[in-house]
Design a protein around this ligand. Structure first.
Ligand SMILES: Cc1cc2nc3c(=O)[nH]c(=O)nc-3n(C[C@H](O)[C@H](O)[C@H](O)COP(=O)(O)OP(=O)(O)OC[C@H]3O[C@@H](n4cnc5c(N)ncnc54)[C@H](O)[C@@H]3O)c2cc1C
Length: 538
C-alpha cells in the first residue's frame, strides 16, 4: 500500500481534511460498512487499512478531540497531558500490596489515543512474546517470524540500515534520538561495564536474546510527534470513504440476537444508533474495551446479572487478566543541571532479574527529569535530577476491570492488583539493585551529584518497593486472544460466540510484551485489518 500523496503543501491537506470531515460529520449516514470504535494506536491502523479500499465506507469514532495541540505535537511536552482532558484519568483501587496506594492509571483520549500522549518509544516486543501469542491462539501468523515481516513492511527506519530487521518504506517514521543527551550515552556505557551488551538499535537482534541496551527508537518526525494517527489516518482524512467522528462516546454495541449490528453513541448530548452493515471493531483500549463489552451484554453472566444487564453471551474472561508494567524509579541529582532533549527519554535497557532466565524480565527507560511516586517524592526530589524508570517487563500479578455502574460515562473499577504475586517482589529487588549499580557507576560520575531516591546508603526493603511502584501505562490483556474458556477473542480477533464483532487493541494481548506497548498495538491493528480484508475479499 502506498501513502496517500497529492502535490500540494501540508496546509492544503489540512484544509481538505477540515472541509471533508466537517461535511461528513454534519451528514452522518444511518449505516457504514465498518465502524471502528476508538482512534487510538490500533484503531488508527485499522481505519486506514480498511479505507484504503475506496469501496469501503468506514466510520471511526473517538470520544476525545483533535490532536492539534502543542502538548501533543511537541515531543518534550508529553508529561503536560497527564491529568488533562487528553487523559481518561482512571484511578486504580487502593492496593494492599502497595501499602494501600491507589495509583493513577492514565490512558490517552483523543485522536491517536495513547500514541498522542505517550513517550513516543517504539518497541516491537521480544521474539518469545510473539511466539507465545502464536501458541496461545493456535495461529503462526501471530508468531515472531510473521510479525517481523509486518514490522519491516510498516517501518520507515531512519537509523543505520539493518535490512534483516528494519524496513524503510512503510508508514511509520522511526528515528533514533537526534543529538541525544550525554546521559543516554552514559547508560549504554554503564550497561557495557556491567556486561550488558550494547546494540545499534533496540528493535533488531536485541529483541531476540537475553537483553541489552540501546538508544531508544522514537516516533518523532521533523521534531514533531508522529503518532499512529498521524502516520496512518491523517494523510487519508480527506477521503470520501472515511468519516472521523470526534467528541463522540460509544455507549453500547447493538445486537440483533447474537449479531452485532451497530453502535449506540452519544454526540452533542444526543443519543443515536448507527448501523454497521459488515462489522463493528472495538479498539477502545484495555480499560474501556472490557467496560463496553460488559455494558453490551458480553461478560460473566453473574457479574452482568448483578447489574441487570441482559446477557448476549457468557464470556467469563472479559475484564480479567489485566496486566501492566510496574516501575520503581530511582532518581539522581545532576552534577550540573542538564535540560532534557527530544522526548526526555532516549535510552532503553532490557535485562534479566535472574541469570537462569532465557529472555529479559526487566525494562528500563531512562528519563531526563525526576519521576518519583507521590511517596518516594517525600525522600526529597532534586530541583535538577533524572530518573531510571526501571520496572518489571513480565509481572506475574494480574488485575481485573469490572463495572462500577451501568452508566456508559462512569469509570469502571480498575483493580490493578500490582505486586500481589510474591515473585514480583523478588524481581523488583533485583530491578532496583541493577538500577543503583548502573546509576552509581563510573559512566555516570561526570553527570551525577548524588543518588537522591532511594538515597545514598539507604537499605532497600519491601516497603520502598511498595512506595515506589507506579504504572508504566502499558495496560493490556483484558479481552485476551486464545482458545480456552477465559479467552474472549479467537486468532482472527472475532469475539467468541457472536457475529460481526471484533476486538483489536491492547486488550487482546494474552501477555504484556517485553517493552512499551504501542508498536504491538499497531501490529494488532495490522493483523485485524488483514483478517477483515481477507474475510470480505476487500
Ligand atoms: C502517558 C503514557 C505514556 C506511554 N508511553 C509509551 C511509549 O513511550 N511507548 C509505547 O509504546 N507505549 C507507551 N504507552 C502505551 C501506549 O500508548 C498504549 O499501549 C497504546 O496506545 C494502546 O493502544 P490501544 O489501541 O490499545 O488503545 P489507545 O491508544 O488507548 O486507544 C483507545 C482509544 O479509544 C478511545 N475510546 C475509549 N473509550 C471510548 C468510547 N467509549 N467511545 C469512543 N472512543 C473511546 C480513547 O479515547 C482512545 O483514543 C504510554 C501510555 C501513556 C498513557
Amino acid at each position: 500500500m502506498t501513502d496517500h500523496f497529492r502535490f500540494g503543501d501540508a496546509g492544503d491537506l489540512d484544509r481538505r481534511v477540515r472541509e471533508n470531515q466537517a461535511q461528513r460529520s454534519a451528514n452522518l449516514k444511518p449505516a457504514y460498512d465498518f465502524i471502528v470504535c476508538g482512534a487510538g494506536a490500533a484503531g488508527s491502523v485499522i481505519a486506514r487499512r480498511l479505507a484504503e479500499n475506496p469501496a469501503c465506507d468506514v466510520l471511526l469514532i473517538e470520544a476525545g478531540g483533535s490532536d492539534e495541540a502543542e502538548s501533543v505535537l511537541d515531543p518534550g511536552l508529553w508529561p503536560t497531558n497527564l491529568g488533562s482532558k487528553r487523559d481518561w484519568g482512571f484511578q486504580a483501587e487502593p492496593n494492599p500490596h502497595l501499602g494501600g496506594r491507589a495509583l493513577p492509571m492514565s490512558m490517552g483520549k483523543g485522536l491517536g489515543g495513547g500514541s498522542s500522549v505517550n513517550v513516543m518509544v517504539w518497541a516491537r516486543g521480544h521474539r518469545s512474546d510473539w511466539d507465545h501469542f502464536a501458541a496461545q491462539s493456535g495461529d503462526r501468523g501471530w508468531g515472531h517470524e510473521a510479525v517481523l515481516d509486518i514490522y519491516r513492511r510498516i517501518e520507515n527506519w531512519q537509523g543505520t540500515p539493518d535490512p534483516q530487521y528494519r524496513g524503510t518504506a512503510g508508514l511509520v517514521w522511526i528515528e533514533p534520538p537526534r543529538d541525544p543527551s550525554p546521559l543516554a550515552g552514559a547508560l549504554l556505557d554503564a550497561a557495557e561495564a556491567l556486561g550488558i551488551p550494547r546494540f545499534d538499535n533496540p528493535n533488531g537482534q536485541m529483541m531476540e536474546g537475553t537483553g541489552g541496551a540501546a538508544f531508544t527508537d522514537m516516533l518523532v518526525r521533523d521534531g514533531r510527534r508522529h503518532s499512529l494517527y498521524r502516520a496512518y489516518v491523517r494523510p487519508f482524512a480527506d477521503r470520501p470513504n472515511l468519516t472521523i467522528l470526534t467528541d463522540t462516546l460509544v455507549r453500547r454495541i447493538v445486537f440483533d440476537g447474537r449479531r452485532a449490528t451497530g453502535v449506540e453513541i452519544e454526540r452533542a448530548s444526543s443519543i443515536l444508533t448507527i448501523a454497521a452493515s459488515t462489522e463493528v471493531i472495538i479498539s477502545m483500549g484495555a480499560i474501556n474495551t472490557p467496560k463496553l463489552l460488559m455494558l453490551s451484554g458480553l461478560g460473566d453472566r453473574d457479574e452482568l446479572a448483578r447489574h441487570g444487564i441482559p446477557l448476549v453471551r457468557h464470556l467469563p474472561g472479559v475484564g480479567h487478566n489485566l496486566q501492566d508494567h510496574v516501575s520503581f524509579g530511582c532518581t539522581w541529582e545532576y552534577r550540573e543541571p542538564m535540560a532534557p532533549r527530544n522526548s526526555g527519554s532516549e535510552a532503553t535497557l532490557y535485562w534479566k532479574s535472574r541469570p537462569d532466565l532465557e529472555a529479559p524480565d526487566l525494562l528500563f527507560c531512562q528519563v531526563e527529569f525526576p519521576v518519583p511516586s507521590e511517596r518516594t517524592a517525600m525522600r526529597g526530589v532534586p530541583a535538577h535530577g533524572w530518573t531510571m524508570f526501571a520496572g518489571l517487563a513480565h509481572p506475574h500479578s494480574r488485575g481485573q476491570v469490572r463495572l462500577r455502574s451501568t452508566d456508559p460515562s462512569a469509570s469502571p473499577i480498575v483493580d490493578a492488583n500490582m505486586m500481589s504475586d510474591p515473585r514480583d517482589m523478588e524481581a523488583a529487588h533485583a530491578c532496583v539493585k541493577l538500577c543503583r549499580d548502573l546509576g552509581n557507576s563510573d559512566a555516570f560520575t561526570p553527570y551525577v551529584g548524588r543518588e537522591a531516591i532511594p538515597g545514598v546508603g539507604s537499605e532497600i526493603d519491601d516497603s520502598f518497593i511498595r512506595d515506589a511502584a507506579v504504572t508504566y501505562w502499558h495496560q493490556c490483556g483484558t479481552a485476551r486472544m486464545g482458545l480456552d474458556d477465559m479467552s474472549v477473542v479467537d486468532a482472527t480477533l472475532a469475539v467468541h460466540g457472536v457475529e460481526g464483532l471484533r476486538v483489536a487493541d491492547g486488550s487482546i494481548l494474552p501477555k504484556v510484551t517485553t517493552g512499551n506497548t504501542q508498536a504491538p498495538c499497531a501490529i494488532v491493528g495490522e493483523r485485524a485489518a488483514e483478517m477483515l480484508r481477507s474475510r470480505y475479499g476487500l
